[in-house]
Write a protein that binds this ligand. Structure first.
Ligand SMILES: Nc1ncnc2c1ncn2[C@@H]1O[C@H](COP(=O)(O)OP(=O)(O)OP(=O)(O)O)[C@@H](O)[C@H]1O
Ligand SMILES: [Mg+2]
Length: 299
């Protein structure tokens, strides 16, 4: 095992499309822009949506998943690194180069967001090769991400590490849970979301069962997303969840509303890029600030 040195927030939900990538980017932006944190986003999803949002993936129709991470601008032929450096490399015994994003010192920001991009083919290889691995090999692989992210050099460089995960419980997902010190679970307030929520709570529970008291994985909370607060169904589901899950839930007025402002940020070349650059009176921005503030206070 390893010592937990860094603050590592995993964004988890095995249900797809609930807002993991959106929440990961909003918290990363908030932490750097408002909370004076040097942030590292790690993309552990084979879909690589975070990598595409922050750095841009290369279209590659022949490659698994149709995308490749970009060649790293600082790659100098070092045999310990891959030219298309990605977080997947650490599972194959290599180091990884983080990419800078538009939030960096050269652009006038005091605190930066860096990204360790994903690699669809290599992440898939880790998942298939190690899915049926024997206990010892499997746990070695699952610990590898945590061993890397909690190295003293990494802990000194970044104040906050955010893990964007994919919608399935594969070895990479298990590695994210093992590496995390904190977890946030975005969900949509609908009847069928409950299953995903309960499954994630069980994952945290069993992970904590194998950890010492000092190293318990803390749930920051269940973050309602795509909320239409004026609809009966959303109001009803949220009330029910508050009653059943108590303070595992975000407080009642802290959530992200349904808004086109969120998908708009995903468009290539769009400005403003950040939700925090749209007018302060916009509900999507106001709520994103409240969510950011709440999460930062919980870390
Ligand atoms: N509050 C919101 N209002 C409107 N659209 C949203 C909101 N949050 C996210 N979306 C959009 O919903 C889609 C899914 O969101 P996102 O990619 O963040 O989910 P995800 O959980 O990461 O999905 P996956 O499981 O595939 O990784 C995206 O197009 C995103 O822009
Ligand atoms: Mg995603």
């Amino acid at each position: 095992m390893f010592d937990y040195n860094s603050t590592v927030l995993a964004v988890l939900n095995q249900k797809g499309g609930v807002g993991k990538t959106t929440v990961a980017s909003i918290i990363a932006e908030y932490a750097a822009l408002y909370s004076k944190r040097h942030v590292l986003v790690v993309d552990l999803d084979m879909q690589c949506n975070s990598s595409d949002y922050w750095v841009g993936m290369e279209t590659a129709p022949q490659a698994t998943g149709g995308q490749l991470p970009p060649a790293h601008p600082e790659f100098d032929g070092d045999p310990d690194l891959e030219e298309r450096s990605s977080i997947a490399d650490i599972f194959f015994g290599k180091a990884v180069l983080p990419h800078s994003t538009y939030i960096n010192e050269d652009n006038g920001f005091k605190f930066s967001v860096d990204v360790m991009v994903g690699h669809p083919a290599l992440l898939e290889r880790v998942n298939t090769e190690f899915d049926n691995a024997s206990g010892k090999i499997a746990s070695e692989i699952i610990n590898r991400l945590g061993e890397f992210l909690h190295m003293p050099e990494v802990a000194e460089t970044y104040d906050l590490i955010i893990l964007d995960t994919g919608p399935s419980r594969n070895p990479i997902f298990r590695a994210a849970v093992r590496a995390a010190t904190h977890a946030i679970i975005p969900f949509e307030p609908e009847e069928k979301s409950i299953q995903g929520i309960n499954a994630m709570l069980q994952v945290l529970h069993s992970e904590n069962f194998s950890r010492t008291d000092e190293d318990q994985l803390k749930l920051v909370g269940l973050c309602p997303n795509k909320v239409r607060s004026n609809t009966k169904i959303h109001k009803g589901t949220l009330n029910m969840l508050h009653e059943e899950l108590g303070n595992a839930m975000f407080p009642e007025d802290i959530y992200l509303p349904q808004s086109t402002a969120f998908p708009e940020r995903d468009l290539k070349g769009i400005t403003p890029k950040s939700i925090y650059e749209i007018p302060p009176s916009h509900t999507a921005r106001k709520k994103s600030e409240v969510v950011g503030e709440y999460v930062m206070a919980a870390l």
